[in-house]
Design a protein around this ligand. Structure first.
Ligand code: PEP
Length: 248
């Protein structure tokens, strides 16, 4: 049985004050205990959000990290710093980081290995561009991203990795993949994991869909066999919507 996981990606939104107000608003509702709820917040807000979620089942995530423990990497944040705050998850390889900050499959792979070393669960993002989908290259592209992300990663670690299938054309655009297309790609990714790591890993790995998921689309997505959750940007910034997503 795979535990569903709904993760909010706040991106570069919310000051510390706004973050804590948002968490306070979320805390007014009860959240489904059979769903793992995660908020992935800006670095500067992690400590305050950690305090704000104390006593709840909400998990904390970062949106990026460096692969080295420390060193001359001006402006970067190390896994040790994040570990000290007590994060549970870290988004790795989000398409916005690949697109605007030169994140590559190689850096994604290094970051996943470091996250696992520190017991931080990586939410690894993969997904094709519109052009790649129009040329029917989505499987080829996603397969390469998944295999490169997981290069030299042990079978024993697979249960701690979440993969988020996020077609780039659906992120922040209001266009969402149909639940059938999303399920087909999540199933395809599950197949890749099965081929590389065997049946147990295939059955246990959690795969999310991400791309303009809203309260009115979550239920249909979650009913699909291979979709175990969602990575949600815009809708996770509204307390009522985040609660509805978790309580789909
Ligand atoms: C995301 O940030 O990963 C995302 C899917 O954003 P949105 O839900 O706004 O499309």
């Amino acid at each position: 049985m795979r535990l569903p996981i709904i993760a909010g990606n706040w991106k570069m939104n919310n000051t510390i004050l706004k973050s804590t107000l948002l968490i306070d608003e979320i805390k007014k509702s009860s959240l489904n205990k059979d769903v793992e709820a995660v908020v992935c917040v800006p670095f500067t807000n992690l400590s305050d959000v950690k305090k704000a979620i104390e006593g709840t089942d909400i998990k904390l995530g970062a949106q990026n990290m460096h692969w080295e423990d420390n060193g001359a990497y001006t402006g970067e944040i190390s896994p040790l710093m994040l570990k000290e705050i007590g994060i549970d998850y870290c988004i790795i390889g989000h398409s916005e980081r690949r697109q605007y900050f030169n994140e590559t499959d190689e850096t994604v792979n290094k970051k996943i290995k470091t996250a696992l070393k520190y017991d931080i669960k990586p939410i690894v993002c993969v997904g094709e561009t519109l052009e790649e989908r129009e040329n029917e290259r989505q499987e080829e592209v996603v397969k390469e991203q998944v295999l490169k992300a997981l290069e030299d990663i042990d079978n024993k670690n697979i249960k701690d990795i979440v993969i988020a299938y996020e077609p780039i054309w659906a992120i922040g655009t209001g266009k969402t993949a149909s639940s059938d297309d999303a399920n087909q790609m999540c199933g395809f990714i599950r197949g890749i994991i099965g081929d590389k790591y065997g049946k147990e890993a295939k059955d246990n790995i959690r795969i999310q869909y991400g791309g303009s998921v809203k309260p009115n689309t979550i239920k249909e997505l979650m009913e699909k066999e291979d979709i175990d959750g969602a990575l949600v940007g815009g809708a996770s910034l509204v307390a009522e919507d985040f609660v509805k997503l978790v309580n789909y």
